[in-house]
Design a protein. Structure first.
Length: 266
């Protein structure tokens, strides 16, 4: 990750929470502690954040604490090549006329590009997905009612009458915070509540996760493995994780890196 990208991730992280530790920022960027400390010092001198013991904090911390987990802006810059390839493979499962649900997330967001030339019925709780498809495609787009959570760029409602119960989908595409033997994991109860409603409206559940998510864990389980029909991931998936999916009778699709990603990495 280049310096400019690291700075963007660091600034987004400190806006999302009262304090971001050096360890947390190393995990987000893949950079060493020494590099992160230099980045924090630079951003502190530029008065873009405040350097504190063990990490950094925002100059003006947010008054409203959003959902648990990293923000959309932070996640968007992480493992972008893998996300694009996974999203391309997901879009290849779709046919014109299909009613589908796309749950909010940075991996599912990458589906908007291959779906630009399609004509489908798309129900999404993602504000950026809806906006992009409205501007750059002929797909029919539906949104649920609810509040827009700026940090994750999704629309969530605790109420039953949010329109989602009125939409039937051939497939639902979603990401996750982690996936393991207990099932699909998320980090926030409100996210789980919203996703459970959407999952009930789809015949098939397709999970889009890069290979790092097989090592991630959360305290909240969204659904067991036997609820998942298809998992799309990248070539970094371990033999152990692949065997876990096979034992659960989940179809595994390993997305090949696209030409653009290969070119950009050389």
């Amino acid at each position: 990750m280049h310096e400019t990208e690291r700075h963007t991730v660091i600034l987004s992280a400190v806006q999302d929470r009262p304090f971001a530790s050096v360890t947390d920022l190393c995990g987000l960027t893949g950079a060493s502690e020494a590099t992160i400390r230099r980045d924090i010092a630079t951003l502190h001198m530029e008065k873009k954040l405040r350097r504190v013991r063990g990490g950094a904090e925002a100059i003006a911390p947010p008054q409203f604490v959003g959902l648990a987990g990293r923000t959309f802006a932070v996640n968007e810059a992480i493992r972008i090549d893998e996300k694009q390839s996974i999203a391309q493979a997901a879009a290849e499962l779709c046919e014109d006329g299909d009613p589908i649900i796309i749950n909010g997330g940075t991996t599912t967001f990458q589906m908007v590009h291959p779906l630009a030339n399609r004509r489908m019925q798309v129900f999404t709780n993602s504000f950026p997905i809806a906006e992009h498809l409205l501007k750059h495609s002929k797909n029919t787009v539906m949104l649920p009612g609810g509040a827009i959570y700026r940090e994750q760029n999704i629309i969530l409602s605790p109420f039953e009458n949010d329109v989602s119960r009125n939409f039937y989908a051939r497939r639902m595409f979603m990401g996750a915070q982690g996936i393991g033997p207990l099932g699909l994991m998320e980090g926030d109860p409100l996210l789980i509540q919203a996703e459970e409603k959407l999952m009930g409206q789809a015949d098939e559940l397709v999970v889009l996760v890069d290979s790092s998510k097989f090592e991630s864990r959360s305290s909240l389980v969204l659904c067991p493995l036997d609820r998942i029909d298809v998992v799309i991931t990248d070539a970094g998936i371990s033999d152990r994780a692949a065997a876990m999916l096979e034992a659960a009778e989940i179809k595994l699709i390993v997305a090949e890196r696209n030409a653009a990603a290969e070119t950009g990495s050389t």
